[in-house]
Design a protein around this ligand. Sequence first.
Ligand code: HEM
Length: 468
Amino acid sequence: MQETNLLASVLGITLVAILWWYAKRARTSPYKSPGPPALPIIGHLLSIPLHDQAETYQKWGKRYGDVLKLNIVGKTLIVLNSEEAATDLLEKRGQKYSDRPRLASVEVMGWDRHMVWAKYGKEFHMSRKLFQDQLSLKQCEVFQDRQIRQARIMVKNIVKDPTSHRIHMLRFVASVITEVAFGHEISSPEDNYLQFVEKFTEDLGQLASSRTIELLGLFPFLKNIPQWFPGAGFKRHANLLSKEWEFMETYFCEEVQKELKTGNARPSFLANHLETLMHSEKHVNDEDINRLKAAAFLMYLAGNETTWAGLSTFILAMLLRPHVQRKAQDEIDKVVGKRVIPDLSDREALPFVEAVMQETLRWFPPVPLGNSQRIQALSSITHDEGVYHNPDEFYPERYFSQALRPAEPYPKSVWGFGRRICPGRHLAESSLWTAIVHILATVNIRPAKDSMGEDIIPPVQYTTHLTR
Ligand code: HEM
């Protein structure tokens, strides 16, 4: 309610400014590029939904083409709907287009200094290098034992309590990331690390699902109003989130520093980097430590829901396509036998399991939109009819050549493009693969039954914010 009052008052003040600015801009930059019809002044503002934007871009992409040019109250938004357009702009001309747009909703929390929202420049490169050093394909091998141990715990819990499979999968994902980021093993649902982050995610979700983000997008100057101003509840909320982030990154980092001092630290992203800093000849300053602890915490945030979304899609696909599940299970039985669970050394020998994982990522990409200077509609790209035959169908066989039909490519676009490509992709793929193969090798995924004994087939329905 307070936000609505605020909206009404700022609308009055800004309308005149917008009209003047729009009139000036319209003279110099007419919107002639393909896109849906726009309203005067506000352009496509009301046509772009707050949620499920990826689906809207996909629909428009089919109608208006690969590159959409949208007008949001005079600001141009370019949406790339094909791999070719995204590669051309973000890989071949990456230097120019790798910046993030400035978001008042991020700036209000002071998070624009963190890598994921940072400007494309020196600080971004230094943070990005931290990820590249510790999350390369080779380096991720160090964490395989921990992924396997956590996958075993997950399937044991699923067998004991199948209706809570989503919670067991979430715990698997969170455990792998805390192990990799901080060397910490989550031992129970009451674990400090889990509790802190759950509270933070809940608080963040509240802000993300309110109209505040939309409001700040339209009127960025609102980020500067004081906390006491009527209707400025979002500023207090943002302040709380900012403090929670600071508390957690410091807490996690201090725990690892203590473990390093007592010689109890296990190899992890944070421990390995801190050790390198301690042994380097360079003078270690606060900036180095701050960059490092922010990166470790960011890794936790970026890696959790995304990998979980992938696993949830896998379960849905297996429920809807039982014959695919059987075919993947038969492959596992044939290659390693019925009594053994494959590990990553068997990955190449299990091409159909690989295809199931790739198809899971393609069918519903966990991150449906990439967001640099140009928005990449990743789900439009993985559903491009020019590349994928019947793209809405979950069909892992598409990756093998068949009579009169060449093999289709793995959907590498699900990791984004160019200099902003996901730095956690090797870890994410190996976690996803390990979880999928453990589930396939140990349980059968079947629909629950209703009171009449009939299968309950879930609808294919996603809520889309930043991740699925
Ligand atoms: C299935 C799981 C995952 C998927 C599909 C995924 C996908 C993506 C995509 C598409 C982007 C680019 C977004 C953009 O350009 O706006 C991205 C960025 C990022 N991802 Fe992932 N990701 C996954 C898991 C992970 C994991 C496990 C980590 C950490 C270990 C991670 C860390 C990051 C970070 C830090 C960025 C920001 C990179 C930058 O701004 O330069 N992701 N991810």
